[in-house]
Design a protein around this ligand. Structure first.
Ligand code: E4P
Length: 216
């Protein structure tokens, strides 16, 4: 499973890139709004740091407008993936993007049939939202497993991005359920790296070294 970061913050992107784990970035209108930045300029900056896919979401809702907007976003850099909501109009737009050779990430997926439809329309990626399903008492990770199973049975090459990731267990379980990618907020990346026994072990190693070499 690959790691994307779910952010529009440049420092977060740079840090994940420097860790050597970063395969891509996903943004959404809420994440961009939080940064209070010019979206296209920020998108350009992110695509210059990251080699892999950078998802940029359309904010229009009619297919024709989405296609126009998506083409403008895709023109910013070759690694831009146009993020499209899972709607009838969104599927129409995905079909056209596919024909034009533009990668798409169909977002706001909450059922396996939505994922199958998006894949058949030509989506490069589908994004099931794990955390938001958990929030309403469903099991988001089960959905990742169901989609993975359907895609395997039908030899579908659309990639599954486990999205709306809230904690490290989501990441480990998404990998087990067959997600190709997890898109993870910066806070969870930090949580994934750290372990109290790692910190305790390192402190002990350094203290022992200091004791043995004291005064030398
Ligand atoms: C995915 O591409 C979305 O940007 C994201 O994962 C949504 O997560 P949230 O439910 O924490 O807002």
């Amino acid at each position: 499973m690959k790691f994307f970061i779910d952010t529009a913050n440049l420092d977060d992107v740079r840090l994940a890139h420097d860790l050597g784990i970063l395969d891509g970035v996903t943004t959404n209108p809420s994440l961009v709004a939080k940064e209070g930045i010019d979206f296209k300029a920020r998108l350009q900056e992110i695509t210059e740091i990251v080699n892999g896919s950078v998802s940029a979401e359309v904010i229009t809702t009619e297919a024709e407008e989405m296609i126009k907007e998506g083409k403008e976003l895709a023109a910013i850099a070759p690694n831009v993936t146009v993020k499209v909501p899972m709607t009838l109009e969104g599927l129409k737009a995905v079909k056209v993007f596919k024909e034009d050779g533009i990668e798409t990430n169909v977002t706001l997926i909450f059922s396996s049939v939505q994922a199958l439809l998006a894949a058949r329309a030509g989506a490069t990626y589908v994004s099931p939202f794990i955390g938001r399903l958990d929030d309403i008492g469903h099991n988001g990770l089960d959905l990742v497993g169901e989609i993975s199973n359907i895609f395997n049975v039908h030899s579908i090459d659309t990639q599954i991005i486990a999205a709306s990731v809230r904690h490290p267990v989501h990441v480990a379980e998404a990998a087990k359920q067959g997600a190709h990618i997890a898109t993870i907020p910066s806070k969870v990346i930090h949580q994934l790296v750290t372990h109290p026994l790692t910190d305790k072990g390192l402190d002990a190693f350094l203290a022992d070294w200091e004791k043995a070499n004291n005064g030398k």
